[in-house]
Design a protein around this ligand. Sequence first.
Ligand code: GTP
Ligand code: MG
Length: 138
Amino acid sequence: TNRTFTMIKPDAFGAGNSGAILEMIETAGFKIIALKATRLTEELAAEFYLVHKERPFYADLCRYMSSGPILAAILEKTNAVADFRSLIGATNPENAAEGTIRKRFATSIEANAIHGSDSDENALIEGNFFFNAFEHQG
Ligand code: GTP
Ligand code: MG
């Protein structure tokens, strides 16, 4: 087994969809290792999404990600990173497949309900951004 990191973003958390989303995640076979409701300041969002700093949507993304509380989690499953990216669906909900979390809950390419790490290396970095070693012992 291995791990991935996720955030239920401010749009989905604020709309009260985190229970339904966690149910989809557990039904898909992911084990919740660590979980917390928290929030990002604009500065923390800028640090988390630093890889996107040259992208035209970076400032908007940082404002949006700090606009309200989020749910951060570390998840465990065989093939966690790739399987979780399949479960959440395409970045733009217009392109997200039926049955994916973004198809069901995303409202725009920006307010797209949920984050999923894109590599094992980033899953570790992102998990450590939110949780200390004791919290992600599993
Ligand atoms: P994450 O799991 O959140 O990393 O999404 P992703 O890997 O599917 O997309 P990517 O890493 O390319 O972009 C990060 C986030 O920036 C997206 O999830 C969106 O919230 C936002 N984003 C991406 N593309 C656009 C865009 O063209 N316009 C706007 N406004 N936001 C975008
Ligand atoms: Mg990404």
